[in-house]
Ligand binder design. Structure first.
Ligand code: AMP
Length: 283
C-alpha cells in the first residue's frame, strides 16, 4: 500500500493511474477503523481498479472541541488494517496540508434543508465542515466512485447534493451498516463506551427493529411514541431525536398519508455515557 501525505503527491499518482485507464474508488474516513470501514474498502475493491482510503480527523466538522480532542487516533494500527484489507493507497494528510493555513476556513456551501433538520439542526456547522473537507478530498483523490456508510444517512444525502451542485462526475454509493452481534452499529465512538454501555447501546437497534416490525400504515405515530417510551423507561439515555422521515430526501411525513411501497427511514441520535451515538433503519 502506498501512503501519501500531500495533495500534490497523491494527485500526481492518481493522474498517472487515470492516464492508464484505471478507475478510482475512494473511502474517506476519520480513522479508528473497524469492520464497517473495511466493508467499504471491500466494496470499492470489488467495483474499482484502485482503492484509495483517507484518514483525516477534520477539525471543522466538530461543533464540540471536546469531541474533537477525544476522537480516537491510531494511524499505525489503521494503516495495518488497510494494508491487510488490500487497500492500494492511503492518503494521510495533516491539518496544515488540508487547510493550508491555521484559520481552518470552511467553504460556504448551500446545504439547504438538510442543514436545518436532525444532525444539521443538532450540530450547527457540522455539515459545512464535512462538505468543505469532502470537496478538498475529492479534488485531491479525483475518484470515480465514493463508498460511504448509510449509518451516516444524512451525510450521504449532503454529499450527494455537493456532488450534484458542483457538477462533479463522481458516483456516491451508500453502503449498509455493519453491526456488532448485539445489533449496535459499529462506530469509532463505541471505543469510549464501557462494556456495560456497549450492551445498553444495543437499545438503539432494538427500538429501530421494533418500529420496523410493528408499524403499519395505520399506526406509525403510535409505534413511534411507544419506541420513545421504551427509550425513556431505560433511564440512562439522553435522547436527541427519534424520527420517521421520507428516505429519499429526509422530508417530514404526513402520518395520515402513510403509504406502503414508499421508502421511509427511522433515525436515532442519543447520548449514553457521555458519547453521542446515531443510527437509522430503513423501514
Ligand atoms: P468515519 O470514520 O466515522 O467518518 O466513517 C467513515 C465512513 O465509514 C463513513 O462513510 C461512515 O458512514 C462509514 N461507516 C461508519 N460506521 C460504519 C458502519 N458501522 N458500517 C458501514 N459503514 C460505516
Amino acid at each position: 500500500m502506498l501512503v501519501f501525505n500531500t495533495v500534490e503527491d497523491i494527485q500526481y499518482h492518481i493522474y498517472d493511474l487515470k492516464s492508464n485507464g484505471k478507475t478510482i474508488g475512494f473511502v474517506p474516513t476519520m480513522g479508528a477503523l473497524h469492520e464497517g470501514h473495511l466493508s467499504l474498502i471491500r466494496r470499492s475493491k470489488a467495483e474499482c481498479d484502485i482503492t484509495v482510503a483517507s484518514i483525516f480527523v477534520n477539525p471543522t466538522q466538530f461543533n464540540d472541541q471536546k469531541d474533537f480532542d477525544k476522537y480516537p487516533r491510531m494511524n499505525e494500527a489503521d494503516s495495518q488494517m488497510l494494508e491487510k484489507s488490500g487497500c492500494d493507497v492511503l492518503f494521510l494528510p495533516d491539518v496544515v496540508e488540508m487547510y493550508q493555513n491555521s484559520l481552518l476556513e470552511v467553504q460556504p456551501f448551500d446545504i439547504g434543508y438538510l442543514d436545518t433538520i436532525l444532525e444539521g439542526a443538532k450540530r450547527p456547522g457540522h455539515y459545512q465542515g464535512v462538505a468543505t473537507i469532502v470537496e478538498k478530498l475529492f479534488l485531491s483523490v479525483l475518484p470515480d466512485k465514493v463508498f460511504m456508510g448509510l449509518k451516516d444517512f444524512q451525510q450521504v444525502k449532503v454529499i450527494e447534493k455537493l456532488v450534484r451542485d458542483k457538477n462533479m462526475q463522481i458516483e456516491i454509493i451508500g453502503c449498509p451498516t455493519l453491526r456488532e452481534t448485539n445489533g449496535l452499529a459499529m462506530s469509532s465512538r463505541n471505543m469510549r463506551l464501557s462494556e456495560d454501555g456497549k450492551q445498553k447501546a444495543s437499545d438503539i437497534y432494538q427500538v429501530l427493529v421494533y418500529i420496523k416490525k410493528h408499524r403499519t400504515k395505520d399506526n406509525p405515530e403510535r409505534v413511534l411514541a411507544q419506541a420513545k417510551e421504551m427509550i425513556a423507561s431505560k433511564g440512562y439515555w439522553n435522547l436527541e431525536y427519534l424520527e420517521l422521515r421520507h428516505a429519499h430526501d429526509l422530508s417530514e411525513i404526513d402520518m395520515e398519508q402513510w403509504q406502503e411501497g414508499v421508502n421511509y427511514v427511522a433515525l436515532y441520535a442519543g447520548w449514553l455515557e457521555g458519547v453521542r451515538l446515531i443510527d437509522n433503519m430503513s423501514l
